[in-house]
Ligand binder design. Structure first.
Ligand SMILES: NC(=O)c1ccc[n+]([C@@H]2O[C@H](COP(=O)([O-])OP(=O)(O)OC[C@H]3O[C@@H](n4cnc5c(N)ncnc54)[C@H](OP(=O)(O)O)[C@@H]3O)[C@@H](O)[C@H]2O)c1
Length: 325
């Protein structure tokens, strides 16, 4: 088969479509013939040599895919050759075929195109496990989403709104109209506005009950200031650095909580549990049309370098897909 390989880490042109060995399904795994994969920020880091795949994961980038089951390994039940699926991967989605533990498969939701389904697994699992499972967002609460225009952000806005939360989001102004359509109640242009002041202004001084953060160090103190009493800050990205300074007194006075998680390095059993939760709680919202894949554009996988340039420049809203013919 062919896959996107990275012979030498570097810029977008480090991505090379090359012939590689076919994957074999191990016990409990299926092989998916890939129709599409989606670009995640982590793929850009992996390309640059900063985010190696966890032990045992395929060497090629790609944290999610959609396609058709083409083989099943020993011990797999509930999935058959020919099933249309999408999957959460530890790597290897930028390929014609990928082996994946059966517990990380999801059916393509009714009403969603099989190619667009590649936009869902990574964001659905990340957002649901952090915002719902961990931070316990409830109806009537306020959710602040940083990077509202990202793949993660566009999903978090929709899920928060579908769960009955008021959603605030930071993004550059050019993306605001699209994010309002997805359910954001208030948008903050972080390049012009102080997001803490905006959060306090629109919540009458209460603050946000849950903050989903992708910036890390550069937003740490301000995120705590933006929290409501009893608020929960979940850090899932470090685009603004990894070492921050925090006034613990501010957190303590609010009885606040800070958590930080990474999905890719979780054990297979935990991923399967998250995937089950997403299937039970998020898929019905997708099938009802209340949460949709947000696809900025589709490019053939042989143009992966161009797609990485686009995502690196933050030109997109939602997900950029790579299609495999
Ligand atoms: N921990 C996990 O398990 C996990 C899983 C998936 C993703 N993530 C993380 O989640 C983040 C989003 O991933 P993605 O693949 O969805 O990203 P993406 O689509 O590449 O988007 C990145 C976003 O960052 C925004 N941004 C840049 N500077 C910002 C700032 N100062 N304030 C607010 N937003 C800013 C950009 O928006 P503008 O154009 O508006 O600037 C852009 O929309 C990444 O940091 C990724 O590593 C973590």
């Amino acid at each position: 088969m062919h896959a996107i390989t990275i012979p030498e880490p570097g810029g977008p042109d480090a991505l090379v479509w090359a012939e590689v060995p076919d994957p074999e399904p191990a016990s409990g795994e299926v092989v998916v013939a890939v129709r599409a994969t989606a670009i995640n920020r982590a793929d850009l880091l992996q390309r640059q040599g900063h985010y190696p795949p966890p032990p045992g994961a395929p060497a090629y980038p790609g944290l999610e895919c959609s396609g058709v089951v083409s083989a099943t390994g020993p011990g797999v039940t509930g999935w058959q050759v020919g099933d249309e699926v999408c999957a959460l991967l530890a790597g290897g989605g930028y390929a014609e075929r990928v082996a994946v533990p059966a517990g990380q498969l999801l059916p393509v939701p009714a009403g969603v195109d099989v190619v667009d389904a590649a936009a869902l697994p990574e964001v659905a699992c990340t957002v649901w496990s952090n915002v719902v499972q961990l931070a316990g967002l409830r109806e009537g609460e306020t959710l602040l989403v940083h990077g509202g225009g990202s793949g993660i952000g566009t999903f978090a806005i929709q899920l928060g709104a579908a769960l009955g939360a008021t959603v605030l989001a930071t993004a550059r102004a050019a993306k605001h109209d699209r994010l309002r359509e997805l359910g954001a109640g208030h948008l903050i242009d972080y390049t012009e506005q102080d997001f803490v002041a905006e959060v306090h202004r629109v919540t009458d001084g209460r603050g946000a009950d849950v903050v989903l953060d992708i910036m890390g160090a550069s937003y740490l103190g301000r995120n705590v200031t933006a929290l409501a009493t009893g608020g929960r800050l979940v850090v899932i990205g470090m685009q603004g650095g990894r070492r921050g300074e925090l006034d613990l007194g501010a957190l303590l006075a609010k009885r606040g909580t800070i958590a930080a998680t990474a999905l890719r390095s979780r054990p297979t059993a935990q991923k399967a549990e998250i995937v089950r939760g997403v299937r039970d709680e998020v898929w019905p919202l997708v099938e009802a049309g209340r949460v949709r894949p947000v696809v900025d554009r589709r490019l053939p996988i042989t143009q992966a370098a161009e797609a990485h340039r686009m995502v690196g420049a933050n030109e997109h809203v939602g997900k950029v897909l790579l299609t495999v013919s």
